[in-house]
Design a protein around this ligand. Structure first.
Ligand code: HEM
Length: 222
């Protein structure tokens, strides 16, 4: 018999997952566009970074919202995975998952865990030194420091390799997640859904490839 109580919480969880995921996708797009300016023009990249790093609204409103979004998405992802594993073990012990779902949809938790690991490294590389400089040491720092700091981070080939592998896993994560999110937030019109899912697949390839390009560009242009 259907348990409406638990299925409505499960829909709620999926909605939170989808909404936080789509929010992170918007962040990812602006993050990509800003970082892409670093391969075009050093001055523009420094100006945008300085604005982002000193604007009160971005620092004290958007940044905490972003970090909350990341935490909610990962915590909810782990809860969903645990519930799904339990349900699969009970109900579908005889199912052959590879026959009716993609590798990407079955491995969201692993691709997500790698992205989480990447974020740990990425925060250590970029975010922690900024927070330390501005809010711990209380220094202003040169408004033209951003470009050189970014280039310096991509000197080490091992670091670049870790970043690039993470971006490939990010592509696989987005390839399933982006399309699934539209379904979860209730897009039912078949034409819209197909269009949005196509857009999601293109995004999932173009943006991570672009990040790989940025990392390799700075590594090769030291
Ligand atoms: C080549 C690729 C990338 C470059 C060059 C890059 C660069 C940066 C830089 C310079 C910052 C520091 C911003 C600050 O001053 O606070 C930053 C922060 C951050 N990055 Fe990236 N990033 C890349 C890829 C990614 C990816 C793929 C993700 C997500 C999966 C990501 C997530 C974040 C987050 C969440 C922050 C903290 C944002 C904040 O609150 O300031 N980055 N990144």
């Amino acid at each position: 018999m259907a348990n409406t109580g638990s299925s409505s919480t499960s829909i709620g969880r999926k909605l939170i997952m989808a909404a936080s995921g789509l929010f992170l996708v918007i962040f990812l797009l602006q993050h990509f566009l800003i970082n892409f300016t670093s391969v075009i023009d050093e001055k523009t990249f420094n100006e945008i970074s300085h604005f982002m790093g000193t604007n009160v609204l971005i620092q004290f409103v958007m940044q905490p919202i972003l970090i909350a979004g990341v935490i909610i998405h990962f915590v909810m992802g782990f809860i969903l995975e645990m519930k799904n594993t339990k349900a699969r073990n009970v109900k579908y012990a005889m199912n052959k998952p590879s026959a009716n779902s993609s590798w990407m949809s079955r491995n969201m938790i692993y691709t997500g865990a790698v992205i989480l690991g990447f974020l740990g490294l990425h925060f250590y590389d970029f975010w922690v030194p900024e927070i330390d400089l501005k809010y711990v040491q209380g220094l202003e720092g040169s408004p033209t420091r951003y470009f050189h700091e970014l280039q310096h981070r991509f000197e080490d080939p091992v670091r670049v390799a870790i970043y690039c592998v993470s971006f490939v896993l990010l592509a696989l994560h987005l390839m399933h997640g982006f399309g699934a999110a539209f379904q979860s937030v209730g897009v039912t019109n078949k034409r819209y859904l197909t269009g949005l899912q196509k857009f999601g697949k293109i995004f999932a390839i173009v943006v991570p490839l672009g990040f790989i390009f940025i990392a390799l560009f700075h590594h090769l242009n030291q």
